[in-house]
Design a protein around this ligand. Structure first.
Ligand SMILES: Cc1cc2nc3c(=O)[nH]c(=O)nc-3n(C[C@H](O)[C@H](O)[C@H](O)COP(=O)(O)OP(=O)(O)OC[C@H]3O[C@@H](n4cnc5c(N)ncnc54)[C@H](O)[C@@H]3O)c2cc1C
Length: 369
């Protein structure tokens, strides 16, 4: 019996937020797309807290080029969500009211450009429930998106696009040394595309047949959700963060609060632990004593796809230009999904991207070459 080979313009591996964003943009540029992925326990996209925080995460984003890319990612969100709504009818809850970063001992010496110092009195007026802090840095335009609803809307968009076929299967291996790269699925089927995009999240290093081992590892994050609205803004502080979540259908009928997150090197174990949850309860108490009486709604964990320098790997392989990486987004993959889709989607069409992807090239990892 001969092997079934399906051919297409672009094959995207991994159907988390990154793969979904790349597939949609490649299709918008006229390509036929096979989007391949299976659901895995611990996948990051539904597990994240949804913060859009290039300001508050500025320690992670060390250089200007990187910060510009992250800010572009955040600023793409309003038009991205409008287009998603027009196409799917799904309104994704989105907050751009700024993120407050709490400080216990006075104003910090350095803070990111465009941010503002809020003293204790002004902070109390903004957020009456907080514990005692000497003030906060306000990162304007930062905020959050409900990544669970976002994921559903992006999945819906893929279903509606006739030029994208979703293949719900595991990938066994790839062969990118041929002019048209091939993908072998667990069931033996073969897919062949003009371009192959690797967006397999924390599992990127496990993909067999790549010309190099991708330096991406899983870093577990545990989160918990409490009943009620404990703050109006996303808050960084107490060794973690707090993110308000509102119902998309009835914004005032129920409100909940996410508390995050641990950073743990435990391989692919994506369970929550009593220690992790106790730590998060303490984070919540340090931010606001009100959290002590807030009932627990749920808790979960996910695996961040993290690289040694905590920046994503974006762009073509230097030896095999038809093989394109879009992985390793670490703590900021929700923030960066739309802009990654825009940039990598352009590359799959052989176009140039207006974004400078040089800090994200695989070549920076000498050991991976
Ligand atoms: C606790 C936590 C909090 C976070 N908070 C934030 C935040 O506030 N803001 C932010 O911007 N980011 C946040 N992140 C990070 C963000 O969630 C990730 O960076 C992003 O979701 C990565 O998306 P992805 O599509 O690359 O990976 P994933 O969502 O993990 O998707 C990868 C997909 O590939 C599939 N796959 C892998 N290998 C194979 C294979 N061989 N065959 C078939 N399918 C395969 C997997 O099943 C999975 O569906 C957080 C993450 C965690 C865990």
């Amino acid at each position: 019996m001969g092997l079934a080979v399906r051919t297409t313009d672009v094959v995207v591996l991994g159907a988390g937020l990154i793969g979904l964003a790349v597939a949609a943009e490649a299709a918008a540029r006229g390509a036929s797309v096979l989007l391949v992925g299976e659901t895995r326990f611990g996948e990051a996209s539904p597990a994240g807290a949804g913060m859009l925080a290039p300001g508050a995460e500025s320690d992670e984003l060390e250089t200007d080029v990187v910060r510009r890319f992250a800010v572009a990612g955040r600023d793409l969100y309003p038009s991205f969500l409008r287009a998603l709504h027009d196409e799917t009818g799904i309104a994704v809850p989105f907050d751009r009211n700024g993120i407050l970063e709490l400080f216990a001992d006075g104003e910090p010496e350095h803070r990111p450009e465009g941010s503002e110092w809020i003293d204790a009195r002004a902070l109390r007026a903004l957020e009456p429930n907080l514990a005692e802090y000497s003030g906060a840095v306000m990162h304007p335009n930062d905020g959050s998106v409900d990544n669970v609803v976002l994921l559903a809307a992006m999945q819906r968009r893929i279903e509606l696009r006739r030029s994208i076929t979703r293949v719900g299967a595991g990938v066994r291996s790839v062969n990118a040394t041929t002019v048209r790269p091939r993908v072998i699925l667990e069931d033996g089927d073969v897919l062949e595309g003009g371009a192959l995009v690797v967006a397999t999240g924390a599992w990127a290093a496990q993909l067999e047949g790549l010309p190099r081992r991708l330096p991406v590892r899983p870093v577990r994050g545990q989160l918990l959700m409490l009943e009620g609205a404990l703050a109006h803004h996303v808050i960084y502080g107490g060794g973690g963060y707090l993110v308000p979540r509102r119902s998309p259908d009835a914004p005032h009928s129920f409100e909940r609060t996410i508390i995050g997150a641990t950073m743990e090197e435990v391989g692919f174990d994506s369970h929550t632990t009593p220690e992790g949850l106790a730590h998060l309860r303490n984070v919540a108490l340090r931010i606001t004593p009100e959290s002590g009486s807030a009932p627990l709604v749920s808790h979960w964990a996910g695996l961040r796809p993290v690289t040694p320098d905590r920046l994503p790997i974006l762009g073509p392989d230097p030896r095999l230009p038809q093989l394109i990486y879009a992985c390793g987004h670490g703590r900021n993959g929700i923030l960066l999904a739309p802009v990654t889709g825009e940039a990598i989607g352009a590359l799959t069409a052989g176009a140039t991207t207006s974004h400078d992807l040089s800090p994200f090239a695989i070549e920076r990892f000498a050991e991976a070459l």
